[in-house]
Structure formats: C-alpha cells, structure tokens
Design a protein around this ligand. Structure first.
Ligand SMILES: *Cc1c(COP(=O)(O)O)cnc(C)c1O
Length: 799
C-alpha cells in the first residue's frame, strides 16, 4: 500500500483556518474568543488536516480488499489529543507559531483540553496506545467502544478521604469526533426465542439504537489514519407523545432516559465484576453494534460468508466483549442461514482474546438466570458452543457451570488465539486459569508482551530528552524505537551524561512548577523523585511503599545528623468507589503525609506528595520527572503493567519484583540497572501455604513491627487513634499480598538506592541504559506481533 504524502501547511495558512473556524464553526470573533474557543478552533483546523489521509486510507483498504482488524474494547483511555495530533502530523511548530501570531500561548491551549478518560487504567490505556500503533504501522483497523457520557470519576480528597464526582468531558463539544446519525443499529434485550422448521428467531422485548461517533486516529507522520468508532445509546422511540399530551412529562421522556442510561457511565472498577445487569447490557450493546457494523461492511464488498476469517480479525480486549462469539454465531446461523457448526467455526476463525488478569475476582461470570433473561438466544447458542466443545475435547471444562456463565471460558473456546500480556503472565495463564483448556487446545495460547506508544510516552511528554535523542542519534527513532540502543555507548560519555541529567532536572522542575500552580505544593527538585502512580489496589502494594516511608522517617528521627539522601515520595491513583480497603490506604497515605510533612526533623529529607485525580495528563508530567519507579506488586499478580515501561523509557531506575513485564524490562536493561527484591511467584504461593506466615515475618522485623505499632496506635490519626487498627490487624492475619514477607527485602533495597543515588554520574549512566534498552517496549513491536501471530494481516514496511 502507498502512503499519504506529508501534510504541508504554513503558519499563515493555519492561522487563517483557525480564524475561519472561530468565525464560522464557533460563531465568535477574535476579540471575544476565550481560551476554550481558541482551543476548539485550533482542534477543528487540525482535524481538517487529518481528513485527507483518513479518506485516502479508507479508499486504499476498499481498493485492496484488505483484511481489517477490529479491536473491541470496553475502554479507551485516550487523554488529550491536540498535541498528539499536531505531533503525528508534524505541524506542531506551525501550530505554535500560528497561535502566537494570534496572541495565544500554544501550551495553554493544549492544557485546556479535558482528558478523554473513557477507561480505568492500564487496560484502557493499552487500547489507546494500540490505536496509535495500528495507524503508525498502517494496518487497516477500527477501534470499537462506548461513547460514555461520563468517563472515569474525578477524585478529590476531603480530610484525606477520597471523594468521587461525576466527570463531564462531553459538557463541552468534543472537537475530534464526527457524528454519524446514519450509522445506527437496533440492539435488543430480553424477549423470547421462537423456533420453526429448525430455524430459531429472537424477538427482543426491548430495543435501543446504537449510534456511531467516529474519531480519526492519525499515525506517525500523518501517513495513515484509522477510525475509532464509539457507540452512543439512543431511544428507538424518541418520545412518548401520548404521555406528553396527558401531561405526564416524566413518562414522556422515559424511553429516552432508559436508553441513554446504557452509554451514560463507565464502570469505575478495574478488577472486580459487579455482576450488574446494566454492565451486561453495556457489554452486549457495544459488541452487538460492532459485530453488525463489521458484518455489514464485509457483505457490502460482495464477499461470501465462508471467507469471513480471510477478511476480518476481531480482537477482544479482555472478556468484556466476549459475547461477540455467540452474537456472530447468531447472525451467521439465524440471520444468514449458515449451519450451526459452520457458523461456530467461521466465528472462531475471526476471533482472538486477550487475557489481562489472573485475579479470580476479576474473571467475569454472569448469573445464568440473569443472562438467559437478557440474552435468551445467546444463552442457547452458548449451550450449543459448549456441546461442540465438549464433544471435541471430552471435557472437563464447561462454559456454563454452577449457575454461572463463565466469560473467560467462553472467550477462550470461541477464539482461535488467546494471548497473555507478558512472558510471565502467559506462562501462568497456561498453568493456572486456563490449565485444562490449554491441554485441550495446546496451540491456542500465545504471548504478546504489552507496549506503549513512544510518540506520547517519550517524544511528546519528555521534550528535553527527545530533543537530546534527536541531536544524538537522529530523528528516525519514534517509529523504530530500538534505535535507542545507539545511545548505549554514550552512557560512558561525560558530556552526554551531563546533558541527560540536565533533561531529567528540567522535567523535575516542570513537574514542580505544575504542582505549585495546581495545588500550591513546593517540591525540592534536588531530592530524589520516587514515584508510584497507578490504580490503588492491595496487590499493587502502595501500602508497602507507605510502610517503608514511615520506617525511613523513623530512621531519620533516630539519627537526625545521618547522611540521608533527600527523597520525595509521590503517590497518585484512584480507588474504585466500592473498594473499602483501597480507600482506607488512600486515607492512610494522606494522614501519614500530613504528619511527616509537618515534622521539622523530616524537612529537606523526606516529603510525601499525593496529587488528586491521577489521569493520563498527570502521568505525562510525572513519568519524565521520576528518578525511581515503584513496580512492587506481589509476584504473579500484575499481568504486565505498562507504567513500568513508561518510566524505564524515560530514564528512571526501577525498584521492582519479578512480576509481569518487570521480568522482561530487567532482562533488557540489565540486572545491574534494576533493583530487584522480594519473593518470586512460586515462592509467594509456597509462603502463603505456611501457617501464620505474616505474624512470623512481622515478629522477625523490628523495623516493620515499630511502624505497625505506630499506625495501629494512632500516631498518624490522633483525632481517631483506632482508625487503622483494623488495617494493621488484617496485615497480621490476612496478608494475602505478602506485604509483611517482602518488607525487609524492600526496605534494604531502598537503603542501597539511597547510597547509589548519591553517585550522580553512575546513576545517570544506569538511567541512560534504561532508556537505551527500553525500545523493545514500543507498542509498535506489540502490534507487529499481533499482526503476525494472531491476525495474519500485513503491515507497511517502515520508512
Ligand atoms: C499507564 C497508565 C496506567 C497503567 O499503569 P500501571 O502502572 O501499569 O498499572 C494507568 N493509568 C494511567 C493514567 C496510565 O497512563
């Protein structure tokens, strides 16, 4: 396939386009334009530039009758887009100049954009990185998801407690999308199934309309654009005029209210499945719309249904869209008349499933009665899929068991490939959750280690470093990230080291200035920035980091004249609103921060910072400023992690366990440039089986014991001394994530880091080796792997 020519526009022309949009799209004149108006006008002018490559890409796919990839994901954690698009189009300097000529500050305009936060964390961010890489690799693809009216909640702290408020990114117009009212599908729920002459038909009891909104996703250098198609729910019947005429205004708008509920909010929990009817409806809603849409496109090209797998690859990002299997079978068999066995085989040829977790509470299951009530025909089709699977394998794994429909098993059985997201995780998938299915289908499970897009997570978020890289090895690295390997010899070059250190320092100062303006916090940028940012979860062990912080504070107070290495501990992250323990940990972090930050003995040596409302934009400030990256999950629990990759790429050293992609990061950056501690996944399992393992660990560690006594005794909650008694108590008897067992190893490793950090030259050398060896973690490499091993689609050669 050929490329679209680079976009050429000068500042004068872009300026005219911005003014044209200000006048004619927004109806404003220059003297009355607000920052929001300027941002909208710039965004619309940039969007215009994306349209030509977008049309050209679509045309080429139709002409070549190329296979398309459909990436189905309940979440896309996109963040801001202005900068991303300007960078990919290579028009950023032009945009900056045009805005300046209009008396506007480009950086302020960029920062005015609300984050598109249609995801909880890593899973949704992965989907967003994949969109960027799919377009960069020029793979014909659609992202399919839900256009939530409210993205992930906003987090506030009140007296140290997390408070959630609704997020409202769509209260402003979303500049990047095109509404497609003509692309609409009717989605059914409930009702009954009729059978006659061996043919089944579903008669849904209620229906809503899935209505499409398209956002073009432009790849690096503007050569290719794919589409992110998000579905909004609308009522089949707009308005109940009869009720209105009776004067019953609430009842009149009831159809609309009910329908819109389906795409109203993102479920704010990144692990546990709440088993809620609305959640199941959301899953079916966007999956069914996507499957109908791709089937319509396929049939419009005049293809025969048997050829579907040669033209269509459907990737299921976790089990949330696992209903795609039965839905595709239903359309092929009930609507298009394929025999059931052939329908199942054809659907399987298209489908692949990515597993993201081994946590048992996160594996989706639906009560069979609820499932059968909402999706009666799918329930029956799953029974038929199960029969075929049992006949082929002889058991023992069932899809419907003990009154539950198990979505992991369904996704597995209906996929021709199942992948884990890091080498360690894939191995554990084979040994644990899908052990029996792996034996029945030994070729099915493959690994694709996660990645991150280097355009956002290095080029754009870390200008000081990306500028230095450009000057050192040229400008070809952003879509060929392993070129960073050429920086390795420079790790021993004094001048390069100094420049690398200066870039890190500039990022720390940028973060400090931002936090000062946002929260009024002052950071000492000479201190080590030690950062743990991610969802708050027991398995991620923010608590262990906090206990170590208290232990360090104790050590400083015991020896105030010691030669301490100044540190700033930065935490950020949200807890699911219903996750009591995670919220308790947030409260404790804030209580400890208040106490330690007020202690004169800690001044200049130890500070704790917890900025509220972690999101993609905050990560873009924090990641480049980190000296130390905290990746300390209980081994065997973090499937991959992608935060770990962002930090290594931006020249932080990691303190981490042998978990998820940490294993591969350590292999690539070198064991001597990675601070490993803690039990391995195997040791974790063995230790957990020992009686009273936590009590023994606590007894053996005077450092930990002292910290726990302080917390339990109210040292950080004098207004309510027993506030954390339960938390400390649970650590003795129910320390499922082995905080107590790994504590000493973690504490000692941190003290080694204190000492090593003082050798600035050598620390910088090792930071450089992290950046130079992290190129493999580009999501371009991940997507090339999916294309080759799972989708069987071509990609453009790099140039
Ligand atoms: C990268 C990212 C994550 C994932 O972080 P992990 O450390 O891998 O859990 C979550 N949220 C945001 C906003 C991110 O950018």
């Amino acid at each position: 396939m050929t490329f679209h020519a680079p976009i050429e526009i000068d500042a004068q022309s872009l300026r005219s386009e911005i003014i044209r949009h200000l006048n004619y799209s927004l109806g404003k004149d220059e003297t009355h334009a607000s920052l929001h108006d300027w941002r909208m006008s710039l965004s619309l002018a940039l969007r215009d530039l994306v349209v030509a490559p977008w049309f050209a890409s679509t045309r080429k796919v139709y002409e070549a009758r190329a296979k398309r990839v459909y990436y189905l994901s309940m979440e896309f954690l996109i963040g801001r887009l202005v900068e991303d698009i300007a960078i990919n189009l290579r028009v950023e300097d032009v945009a900056r100049e045009a805005m300046a000529s209009l008396g506007q500050d480009y950086a302020a305009v960029v920062a005015d954009e609300p984050d598109a936060a249609l995801g909880n964390g890593g899973l949704g961010r992965l989907a967003a990185c994949f969109l960027d890489s799919l377009s960069t690799l020029q793979i014909p693809a659609y992202g399919y998801g839900i256009r939530y009216e409210h993205g992930l909640f906003e987090q506030h702290f009140e007296d140290g407690r997390q408070i959630e408020t609704a997020e409202g990114w769509l209260t402003q117009r979303h500049a990047w999308e095109f509404e497609r009212p003509e692309v609409a599908y009717e989605i059914g729920f409930g009702g009954y199934v009729s059978e006659s002459g061996g043919k089944a038909a579903w008669h849904p009891g209620e229906t809503v309309i899935a209505s499409a909104y398209d956002t073009p996703i432009i790849g690096w250098k503007g050569r290719w654009a794919n589409t992110l198609r998000l579905w909004a729910a609308k009522p089949t019947r707009l308005f109940d005029l009869e009720s209105f005429n009776r004067g019953d205004y609430m009842a009149a708008s009831a159809p609309e209210t009910l329908a819109r509920t389906i795409s109203r909010v993102l479920y704010p929990d990144d692990t546990t499945d709440t088993g809620k009817e609305l959640r199941l409806k959301q899953e079916y809603f966007f999956t069914a719309a996507s499957i109908q849409d791709l089937l319509r496109r396929f049939l419009s090209e005049g293809n025969a249904l048997a050829e579907l797998p040669q033209h269509v690859a459907i990737q299921l990002n976790d089990t949330h869209p696992a209903i795609a299997g039965p839905e595709l079978v239903r359309l092929l068999a009930d609507v298009h008349g394929l025999p059931m066995a052939e329908a199942i085989a054809t659907a399987r040829g298209c489908l692949a499933y990515t597993n993201h977790t081994l946590l048992p509470e996160a594996l989706e299951r639906w009560p069979e009665a609820l499932f059968a009530q909402i999706l009666p025909r799918h329930h029956r089709i799953i029974e038929l899929i199960e029969d075929a699977h049992l006949a082929a394998t002889g058991g023992p794994v069932r899809i419907i068991e003990d009154g539950s429909v198990k979505m992991g098993e369904l996704a597995f059985v209906m996929a021709h490939r199942v992948n884990g997201v890091s080498a360690l995780h894939t191995g554990l998938v084979k040994q644990t959750v899908f052990r029996d299915l792996h034996q029945a289908y030994p070729e099915r499970i493959v690994n694709q280690t996660n990645g991150i897009t280097p355009r956002r997570w290095l080029y754009s978020c870390n200008r000081p470093l990306s500028g230095l890289i450009d000057r050192s090895i040229g400008t070809e690295w952003p879509d060929d990230l392993e070129q960073l390997g050429r920086l390795s010899p420079l790790a021993d070059d004094g001048a390069f080291r100094e420049a690398f250190r200066a870039a890190k320092q500039a990022n720390k100062e940028r973060l400090a200035a931002w936090l000062k303006a946002r929260d009024g916090i002052t950071l000492d940028t000479a201190a080590m920035f030690d950062i743990q940012i991610k969802r708050i979860h027991e398995y991620k062990r923010q608590l262990m980091n906090l206990l170590e912080t208290v232990a360090l504070w104790n050590a400083i107070r015991d020896n105030p004249n010691g030669d301490w290495t100044p540190r700033i501990k930065i935490f950020a992250g949200k807890a699911a609103p219903g996750y009591f323990v995670a919220k308790e940990i947030i409260h404790l972090i804030n209580d400890v921060a208040r106490t330690i930050n007020a202690d004169p003995a800690a001044r200049g040596l130890l500070q704790i910072v917890y900025p509220a409302n972690y999101n993609v934009s905050m990560a873009e400030y924090l990641v480049p400023a980190a000296d130390l990256s905290e990746q300390i999950s209980t081994a065997g629990k973090e499937a991959s992690g992608t935060g770990n990759m962002k930090f290594a790429l931006n020249g932080a050293l990691t303190i981490g366990t042998l978990d998820g992609a940490n294993v591969e990061i350590r292999e690539r950056v070198g064991a001597e440039n990675f601070y490993l501690f803690g039990l391995t996944a195997e040791e974790v399992t063995a230790r957990r089986a020992e009686p009273d393992f936590a009590r023994h660990a606590i007894e053996a560690s005077p450092t930990l014991r002292r910290v726990l006594e302080q917390i339990a005794g109210g040292a950080f909650s004098p207004d309510e001394p027993r506030r954390y008694a339960g938390l400390v108590h649970r650590l003795h008897d129910h320390d499922y994530f082995l905080v107590s067992c790994d504590f000493d190893s973690y504490y000692e490793t941190q003290r080694r880091i204190d000492a090593d950090y003082r050798d600035t030259g050598d620390w910088t050398r090792r930071a450089i080796l992290n950046t130079s060896n992290a190129g493999w973690f580009s999501s371009d490499r991940t997507i090339a792997g999916y294309a080759e091993d799972i989708w069987n689609v071509g990609r453009a050669p790099r140039r």
